[in-house]
Design a protein around this ligand. Sequence first.
Ligand code: FMN
Ligand code: SF4
Length: 566
Amino acid sequence: MTGFVGPIETPEDLSKVREIGLSKLLNRPRIAVGLSTCGIAVGGERLFARLKEIISSGGYNIALVRVGCIGFCKEEPIVNITIPGKPLVILHQVSENDAEAIVNAVLKGGVPDEKVLCKVSSWDHITRTIIYGTGFEQIPDYHDIPFFSRQTKVILRDAGFINPEDIDEYIAVGGYQAFVSAVSSRTPEEVIDIVKQSDLRGRGGAGFPAGLKWEITREAKGHLKYIVCNADEGDPGAYMNRNEMESDPHMLIEGLLIGAYAIGTSDALIYIRAEYPLAIERLRKAIDQAREYGLVGENILGTGFSCDIQLATGAGAFVCGESTALAASIEGKTGRPRPRPPRLTDKGIWGRPTDLNNVETFCNVPVILTRGAEWYRGIGAKGNTGTKVFSLVGKVENVGMVEVPLGTTLDTIVSEIGNGGAGGKSVKAVQTGGPSGGCIPARLFDTPVDFEHLNEAGSMMGSGGIVVMDEDTNMVDIARYFINFATSESCGKCVPCREGLKHTLLILNKVMAGKGTAADLEMLESLSDTIQATSLCGLGQTAPNPVLTTLKYFREEYEALISEGT
Ligand SMILES: Cc1cc2nc3c(=O)[nH]c(=O)nc-3n(C[C@H](O)[C@H](O)[C@H](O)COP(=O)(O)O)c2cc1C
Ligand code: SF4
């Protein structure tokens, strides 16, 4: 699959690979099928197989490749067509029945008009701009499509454009340049300084400054250290990390390698849930290809820096995303949290200093190094720099992956990008932050989506799931759903979480059955406060948020159920 023979030993070798990758992207007619989990779920593989059959039986000079998800999951299967010299054209809702028309059109240098969504004349991959070409005047531009026009693609810059299973294409769009220049011309301290200057905050939920965590781990006592990527992503409704890994695995690997160099370790790990088989497969392929090119392994580019990347698969317990539980799980123990301190940065896996960052945190690093901290700080808001990827799901018209600068309002995300409630229904609320988050009512949709404002509204960022509820949604039932999830995911180690959540669920069941009383609502509140204040880990400390926010913003729905039942 890769085109360059032998390891990359110099920046010039990297340029040679870039040329090979560019020719794959631009030099011959190409049909690229969106085959992330979302595309596969709606028949993408059948479409791919049919296209393959037609192209090979006709012996046509057309490249057929898999790409990731361009974000508009609602419109999948999505197909991109590249005719040399012309804009890339995005087709939507394509089925295997369209395969023949697509191939015929491409053979004539065109596209099947009835399936066209938009065109892209050039694309800013941040690490490099790709010019596709001109023409197809009748086709709307990518930026004219409301779902895309309000977004800023930094993390998702390659998703849906390059083949995630081909390192040459990642290198073609500027990939690994940041890593190669970091190891060959910057000190680890300089790298940490750039990340600190960018004000990048961790994307796993708490928003801890990434550069500072790297610095603390670098300075921690101990020769042997670990750098770990948290790809556990267990929040209901969240699939950003899965999509990032399926669509652009080398972006994560490059960020992780830069992190390993910065903190001074040769041991990197990606902890990923076994329920993400496609992400695992693409990561494995990507690591193998990076190893083949000498970007992973011993004495990378002859600099003396070595780093290997291992995958550790988890069985899919939500609590295993918590840092200390994750460390225990990697050590082969039951994934249960322990009290902190000591923090992982002091005593992590096997007692060694360990840096733990979310997938998306690492994905930000190559662009920060390529474009500089000042450029990065220009995106988003002060103290909340850069973009965030959200999975916009639930009762919303445009379901998909949405990437916006931090500080963008909920209204922009739900009404403008999401196009409001599905089927024209009015939106009532959103739930952000997974089971730990809260429900924010539509009247507060002018809330900027950043770490602090979401907390003020009683919710949180979490890893970026946004679940939309419409006028038909019963908010008590929503609270019950999330408490049911947290109850079944509680590891049982501490009483407030284990018993408190169980009782919260019993009360919510009682209220939903129309048998609740006013005293039950009082009890829900005081139980929630106790669970928050006394639980050992973040799961218990945040699990009551859906109850507290629905009680705060939608109390009348609880009261209606009570009065109906008495
Ligand atoms: C119950 C629970 C589940 C978590 N799940 C995840 C997860 O799936 N992915 C993640 O990156 N962080 C998760 N976190 C947060 C991590 O413990 C940790 O803060 C994060 O991985 C640090 O990375 P960051 O600094 O890049 O944000 C979870 C925390 C808790 C309490
Ligand atoms: S808060 Fe819940 S999940 Fe966390 S340690 Fe206690 S019982 Fe386990």
